[in-house]
Write a protein that binds this ligand. Sequence first.
Ligand SMILES: *Cc1c(COP(=O)(O)O)cnc(C)c1O
Length: 700
Amino acid sequence: MQIPTVPSSVALPRELSRFTQLAYNLHWTWSAAARDCFALVEPGLWNVTGNPVDLLQRVSAERWKKLAGDVKFLRVYGRALAALDTHLSAPRTSGYEARGPVAYFCMEYGWHECLPVMSGGLGVLAGDHTKTASDIGLPFVGVGMLYRNGFFVQQLAPDGRQTNIFPRHDFSRWPVRPVAGKNGREVIVSVEFPGRVVRAKVWVAQVGRVPVLLLDTDIAQNSIGDRVITSQLYCRGREVRLCQERLIGIGGVRALRALGIAPTAWHLNEGHCVFLQVERLRELKKRGVKFDEARRRIAANTVFTTHTPVPAGNEQFDPKLVEKYFAADCHGLGIQFKQLLELSREHPRTGPVNLTALALRVSSWTNGVSKLNAKVENDMWRHFWRGQPDRIQAVTNGVHVDTWLGPELATLFDNCVGPDWRLSLCDAAFWRAAMAKIPNAALWTAHAKQKARLVEFCRERIATMRARHSAPPEDVVAATTSLLDPNALTIGFARRFAPYKRADLLFSDPKRLQRIVNRAGRPVQFVFAGKAHHEDGGGQELVRRIFQWCERPEFRGRIVLLEEYDMAVARRLVQGVDVWLNNPQRPLEASGTSGQKAGINGAPNCSVLDGWWPEAYDGANGWDIGAGKEFANSNRQARHDAASLYELLERDIVPRFYKNRAAWVATMKASVATVLPQFNSERMLRDYVEQGYAPAAGRV
Ligand SMILES: *Cc1c(COP(=O)(O)O)cnc(C)c1O
């Protein structure tokens, strides 16, 4: 589906006129051919900006003219266009036959770091979901928001305190375009708010064949109070948050209608966007459908995914606040506010409005994001359907292989397995055979290159941070020369620093850790990265403590904490480390996807048996911290898990890495062969189509 947009004003030579399409279609984020082309536009500039729209605007007219006559450039440009065209016309294999597309609503999307409208795992998952919808040709349209100040940028002060910066973004430099209506002008949707109408401009991010509509209230028609509704992702203020959720739900449906899009299945990706159902009820009411029948119908073709058992993902509001914003809608629907309230509470007669509860009641098919998570969610919500079988199904998350697989490994697969490996992503037997075909030395060499790139990246990042801290010049130089050893066993740990993820577990016994890290001839190094939510004091304290551990003489240069965890950092890390570490407090990790990204790159997971890992771990493809043993007391659990982690490192991981290269490469291969076919986003999306979307569309 291609949405018409207001044309870009950059004038290019005729030979290069489709460069604009290459730059604005996010397909480049998973097309090496497109990125090769961008790298040639202006030597050095692509490495600095990583944003083709920025290139488009910064490169001079003379330079474009020169490129238009440059045979080598034109050849690479032609290959990039051919890759895009092949993608856009690839066979549609989704198996979804309904008349209209699937509409997918989510507060955040992570496609690439140059379009920062995400905070973490949920956004990256949504980004991977839309990319995959394009890959398999699923008729699909996303809805989200464009945040003027995005999510905060993390910097660390010299004492390790996290500072949270909200930059002001210029959307004209992002790979998004304003949607054009029939008259060629911008499309604006209106949503009633108490005593006024809020207007939102509709933008589109084109993700291969999939458009994602993004709403933005920062326009002149709105009062200053309404312009900032879409300012920050997951803003602090409860009322603004509710305004955002009203906007994405009701405004999102109206944006789809304004473009003539008639979805046949609807996906609530987390409860935040559940108010889209209020708008769909209104549409049915207008057509004369009675409330109970309307409610049955909107639920029938709606799929709801719940992503976490922790409170941040199960949003609650004071009923008074919800009444302020939704009483008028209820009046229009011919129901009492009390009826909406009963639908929205966990316990119908008392307590706050809970968006997960509401979403469960206005959808007909619900899933958690791993088998263990679905079990935990069923335990949480079983009282909702007393006596009947559990309703929450499991669709385990997966990752988009072309986004997360490192370039050297991708080339290795091309050469040793054949370029059609992308057509067999979900075939476990294929990947077992593929790994057998790849020579050990070739896999090791490809991995070593990815690891060298990670070390280089860490050195640059730490040097920049030290320079900003006005560290002595020799400390800055040391960061670029002696920080981390490209030959040492390198372990990665990167995630949001939510307390349940226990980022400091590794430091439970600093003396033991020091011996592990500094053993002569067998050094071990750790790279940490992660943001604590800007409201989460405990998480920020964790960041500060880890920073200070990194500064201790016995760990300096061996354990580093990188600032500003984003997709760029994540990509380097998952592609470059030898082992991926994950030690959450079980069973609070709903799925986790970073370990899947590392796993497909041949970095075995060393993880607590939480989230997706119990489905993947087979004894040969990584390690299980704590052996699944559970304690009611969280301190005892932490002591047990930490002891288990040290023991795994000392007895198995370190000796295998240094003493038995063949056994190590066998572990790497076992990781790829088991994680890639089962935990890629194509497998995930096909599960959604088969179990969620197609049946939902069939119920209308
Ligand atoms: C993959 C990813 C995540 C999610 O990883 P978890 O395993 O859920 O912690 C978060 N942030 C970024 C930038 C990512 O790339």
